[in-house]
Design a binder for this molecule. Structure first.
Ligand SMILES: *Cc1c(COP(=O)(O)O)cnc(C)c1O
Length: 410
């Protein structure tokens, strides 16, 4: 492979080269003041990120996984309670549920958006659960476990159908924690409220990851929770800092899950560019859609409903013989990835949950066909053309195919 003509899946070097002076300024300031933990850098970033998400509070933490775990604990998930999510997400979603004491329970996804299908959630709640008239709590009839929360994942930068999910959650008294780890700045048009709402402003709380490859990435590990509930924010502040209400006075047991000041400083610099980067990603997605339109019989482009303004953390197509297509692209010097190849209910780590192949047919069918194409703000028109040319050639070479979903359209 000729390096000069290769196209990476993700180019983080170009992005940071433009910001080098500003980022080094943060580093110098932090080293000179030795203000490594807490302080104005953290508080400043938290305030700016809350504003960006249209949320009242933001609490910086060590990672997106911390953010999910702390949000679930602070929202009151009790040991043994069921937390409902989707099987086609990064394992951090379910690790956080387990580590908060909950039991992950999956519902299948919508075949077009790959996000939680509210009808599947409704079906689970209506047929397998019951509400206790006195406590008003919902419990799972077969196991007797209480059902505490729902974690919709705004996958690939597109928000889940929050109106329907929030309505169900209200009816069944469930907390909603948004996994917004891929959706910084994504928006959803709420028909109930007749307005656009931002990821991280709708649920009881939301978790964001600032892993370097995310739309807003730190120069290391970082994450945050957003919420409109000041009490919940306060509990998360305690959880991230060993349960302290003040130094060495521990009201509860917590964790070491603080956001580094240096990372907060880096994030504040990068946050100023996030809206522009998201606009560039959206434009690239539109360009891919245009270029791929003529190959609609062998390549399915992402579906974006009218109620969504996605921020394209990932641009994910669906093809037949995905592995062969990916190999051909790799041989042509084009970096791609799969998010995610094995749904969580089929992972070895979750054998104990007792799921089988066939339990979530849409998530399983999707996993075999999806392919994430190069997507980053500095992606050029010429690079996109080459990706599409190579992809079209690769997709036409494989057995004509079953790139369509194996399920009947509704
Ligand atoms: C990245 C990610 C996480 C975890 O974030 P970390 O910062 O890596 O801990 C959780 N959920 C989803 C959907 C993610 O993409």
């Amino acid at each position: 492979m000729n390096k000069s003509t290769g196209i990476p899946f993700l180019d983080l070097v170009t992005l940071h080269a433009d910001l080098e002076d500003e980022l080094c300024g943060v580093l110098k300031q932090t080293v000179r003041t030795a203000g490594f933990i807490g302080g104005l850098m953290v508080e400043g970033f938290e305030a700016e990120f809350a504003t960006f998400c249209d949320a009242q509070c933001c609490v910086g933490v060590g990672s997106g996984t911390d953010a999910l775990r702390f949000a679930l604990v602070a929202a009151g998930v009790e040991p043994g309670a069921i937390v409902v999510t989707v099987p086609n997400t990064f394992i951090a979603t379910t690790e956080a549920i387990t580590q908060a004491g909950g039991i992950p329970y999956f519902v299948d996804v919508d075949e077009r958006t790959y996000n939680m299908d509210p009808e599947k959630l409704r079906e689970f709640l209506e047929t397998e659960c019951a509400r206790d008239a006195i406590s008003k709590r919902t419990f799972h009839k077969a196991s007797g476990a209480s059902v505490a929360a729902v974690v919709p994942v705004h996958l690939y930068g597109q928000m889940a159908d929050m109106d329907s999910i929030m309505e169900l959650a209200e009816h069944y008294h469930l907390e909603v924690i948004e996994d917004a780890c891929q959706a910084h700045g994504a928006q959803y048009f709420s028909k109930i409220e007749q307005r656009w709402r931002s990821a991280g402003s709708i649920g009881k709380a939301a978790a964001f990851s600032f892993y370097p490859g995310k739309n807003l990435g730190a120069c290391g590990e970082a994450g945050a929770i957003t919420t409109n509930d000041a009490e919940l924010a306060k509990r998360v502040r305690m959880l991230r800092d060993h349960g302290q209400s003040r130094k060495y006075f521990h009201d509860i047991e917590g964790y070491n899950g603080r956001l580094d000041s240096i990372q907060a400083g880096f994030l504040a610099v990068k946050l100023r560019h996030l809206a522009e980067w998201n606009t560039q990603r959206t434009a690239h997605a539109g360009r891919y859609n245009e270029l791929l339109a003529e190959y609609a019989d062998s390549i399915a482009v992402p579906y974006e409903p009218a109620s969504s303004r996605a921020v394209y953390h990932l641009y994910v197509v669906r093809v037949a013989e995905r592995d062969a297509v990916q190999r051909r692209l790799g041989a042509a010097g084009i970096g791609t990835a799969i998010h995610y190849p094995v749904p969580l209910h089929l992972q070895k780590a979750y054998q104990r949950l007792g799921y089988e192949r066939g339990d979530f047919p849409i998530a399983e069918a999707v996993a075999d066909r999806i392919l994430s194409l190069p997507m980053f703000p500095s992606l050029t028109d010429e690079q996109q053309r080459r990706v599409v040319d190579e992809l079209a050639a690769a997709a036409s070479q494989v057995a004509l195919g079953d790139f369509a979903m194996a399920v009947e359209p509704r």
